[in-house]
Design a binder for this molecule. Structure first.
Ligand SMILES: [Fe+2]
Ligand SMILES: [Fe+2]
Length: 293
C-alpha cells in the first residue's frame, strides 16, 4: 500500500509543477491559418490510397479536419467513461489518502481536456461525431464494468495509442498552431495518467485472481476491433465530401494506415507483452484489427 501512496504523491507533485488551463493557455482568438492541416497527412486513414492521389490539397485538408473532429469526439466520450470509473473507484476510499487525491486531480485534468476538445471542435469549424446507438449501449455501461485491472488496461488503450500520434502532431510545422498547442498540453498531462495506469496494471497483475486475468484477455481482445472502428467509419468521409463507401473500403484496406496503427500501438504492445496481458485470443484480435503486424 505504501508504494501506491508514494506513486500518487510523485504524480501529485508533477501536477502542481505542470498543469494547464486551456481557457488561458490556448489563444482561441487567433484565426486558423490557410493551407495548414488539422492532422498530419501521413496519419490519415486514406493517405497514399488511389483515392488520396485523386484528391486536391483542399480536399485533403478538409478530410484532416473531419478526422481530427472524430478523434476529439472519441476522446470526449472516452475521458467521460474514465472519469465516471475513477469516481466510482474512490467512492468508498479514504479521502485523506494520496491515491484519492491523485484520482481527483486526474479527474480534474480530464474535465479540462473534455472542455478543450469541445472548444477545438468548434474552433476548427467542425461538428462532433455522435456515437451510433449500438455503440452507446456498450460505452455507457463501461464505467460500471471498468474496475481494478480492467480500469487500468482500458485507460491505457485509450491513452497510449493517441499519445504516440499526438507527439507527432505537436512537432509538425504543417499543422494548425491551435491544434499543435492543444496536443502539447494534452501530451504533458496524459504522461502522468499513463504512468499511473501502467503502475496500476503492474500492481494488479502481481495479485490478480485467475478470473481477473482471464477476463482481461477477453476485454482486451474485444478492444482491438472496437477501437479500430472508432478510427475509420463512413460518416467521416461523407462529411469530408467524399464517396463514403469507396473511401471506407480503401481506408480499411490501406497498408499504410495499418503501419500507422502498428506504430501507435507499439509501446503499449510491448508493455502488455511484459505484463502478460494478451491472453486467450487477445493478440489474434489486435492482429486482425491491424494493430499488430
Ligand atoms: Fe485527457
Ligand atoms: Fe488521461
Amino acid at each position: 500500500m505504501r508504494d501506491t501512496e508514494q506513486d500518487a504523491q510523485r504524480l501529485l507533485n508533477g501536477s502542481v509543477r505542470r498543469s494547464y488551463d486551456s481557457a488561458v493557455d490556448i489563444d482561441w482568438d487567433a484565426p486558423l491559418e490557410d493551407g495548414k492541416y488539422f492532422l498530419p497527412p501521413n496519419l490519415s486513414a486514406l493517405y497514399d490510397t488511389p483515392l488520396w492521389h485523386r484528391m486536391t490539397p483542399e480536399q485533403r485538408i478538409e478530410l484532416s479536419r473531419q478526422e481530427l473532429a472524430n478523434l476529439l469526439s472519441v476522446g470526449h466520450w472516452f475521458e467521460n467513461v474514465l472519469n465516471q470509473a475513477l469516481l466510482r473507484m474512490i467512492f468508498d476510499a479514504d479521502p485523506a489518502s494520496r491515491h484519492t487525491h491523485y484520482a481527483l486531480t486526474e479527474i480534474g485534468d480530464e474535465c479540462r481536456h473534455m472542455l478543450m476538445f469541445g472548444r477545438l471542435i468548434e474552433k476548427i469549424g467542425a461538428r462532433y461525431y455522435r456515437q451510433p446507438r449500438a455503440q452507446l449501449a456498450i460505452t455507457s455501461s463501461l464505467p460500471r464494468r471498468l474496475r481494478g485491472l480492467h480500469l487500468w488496461v482500458g485507460a491505457l488503450i485509450g491513452e497510449e495509442i493517441f499519445d504516440t500520434w499526438q507527439r507527432k502532431i505537436m512537432d509538425d510545422p504543417g499543422m494548425q498552431p491551435v491544434v499543435r498547442r492543444m496536443m502539447r498540453i494534452h501530451v504533458v498531462e496524459e504522461a502522468r495518467h499513463i504512468q499511473w495506469a501502467r503502475e496500476g496494471v503492474a500492481r494488479r497483475m502481481r495479485y490478480a485472481s485467475w478470473w481477473e486475468k482471464e477476463t482481461i484477455g477477453r476485454m482486451v481482445g474485444f478492444g482491438g476491433q472496437f477501437f479500430s472502428d472508432q478510427l475509420v467509419h463512413r460518416r467521416i468521409y461523407a462529411r469530408a465530401g467524399l464517396n463514403a463507401d469507396e473511401a471506407y473500403r480503401q481506408a480499411v484496406a490501406n497498408p499504410h494506415y495499418r503501419q500507422v496503427k502498428q506504430e501507435g500501438f507499439d509501446k503499449l504492445r510491448r508493455f502488455f507483452d511484459e505484463q502478460g496481458i494478451f491472453r486467450g485470443k487477445a493478440r489474434e484480435r489486435w492482429r486482425q484489427a491491424g494493430f499488430i503486424a
